[in-house]
Design a protein around this ligand. Structure first.
Ligand SMILES: [Zn+2]
Length: 259
């Protein structure tokens, strides 16, 4: 079973869809020397990442946050369904599917050979995400086409359910969003892709950040709030096994500490 956290009546379970490592070119602003130095300082050989989805329980509706890669990335991902099955959860029991954004590692698992994988889920996302991907030949475009009108659009600060609040974190993609769970926990989605490279330097963007300047500002603002309010956080690419952490300010950046 994945890492688990309880917050204000909610239970969150991290479902690690898979893992991999990024090529250095994914962080175009970093020189090869700086990249290697940061990895060495973190005791890492590669730019490791994990692909995380979350199951949230607490109001009688099973809420899945992101769906993993599905079949899009071969052995690198696609474990979400098996992890749900291990918990006794069938796809048809998922009542809500919240998309942080529509990159393949987050939405690929929502669409299978037989169509929508979570047929009974109300699907929730930010309107800017629909606008960005709709009609495109991408995993996100294909998921949106399959969903048709079955999407509930939420703006920043609106409730997914009482106690679960949508948190718009634009920049990585236009509609990229996290979730506030109760008063002390946040899911920060993809503001971070590599702990070793970006925690200490929130300025550092990936080539996947659609608007790097905005992604940078959002990353700084979100990490600052997590650190200063003492929130517990988890994200789409944080590493295990604990998955839930607090951030403390160190120098120009942050460090992850046990919650
Ligand atoms: Zn991602």
């Amino acid at each position: 079973m994945g890492a688990r956290w309880h917050q204000d009546g909610w239970q969150l379970t991290c479902l690690t869809d898979g893992q991999g490592s990024f090529a250095p070119e994914v962080f175009p602003e970093l020189s090869e020397i700086e990249c290697k130095a940061r990895l060495a300082a973190a005791g890492e050989a590669d730019i490791r990442t994990e692909f995380n989805a979350f199951l949230i329980e607490g109001d009688g509706v099973l809420t899945l946050v992101d769906a993993g890669y599905g079949a899009l990335a071969g052995a690198k991902g696609g474990r979400v369904l098996g992890l749900l099955a291990d918990m006794g959860v069938a796809p048809a029991q998922i009542g809500r599917l919240v998309f942080t954004h529509l990159h393949g590692d987050h939405c690929g698992g929502a669409l299978g050979d037989g169509g929508l994988v979570f047929p009974n889920a109300e699907v929730v996302m930010h309107p800017a995400e629909v606008q960005h991907w709709q009609g495109s030949d991408t995993p996100g475009g294909r998921v949106l086409a399959a969903l048709g009108a079955r999407v509930r659009l939420l703006e920043d600060g609106q409730e997914v359910a009482p106690g679960l609040t949508f948190w718009h974190l634009p920049g990585h993609t236009p509609g990229h969003s996290g979730l506030r769970v109760g008063n002390g926990l946040v899911l920060v989605a993809d503001i971070l892709h590599s702990e070793a490279l970006q925690l200490q330097d929130p300025h550092c963007c990936t080539k996947y950040d659609v608007d790097p300047a905005l992604a940078r500002e959002t990353r700084r603002r979100a990490m600052d709030e997590v650190a200063h309010r003492g929130l517990v956080c988890a994200g789409g690419h944080l590493l295990g096994p604990d998955k839930f952490a607090r951030l403390v300010a160190v120098g120009q950046g942050y460090a992850k500490v046990a919650p």
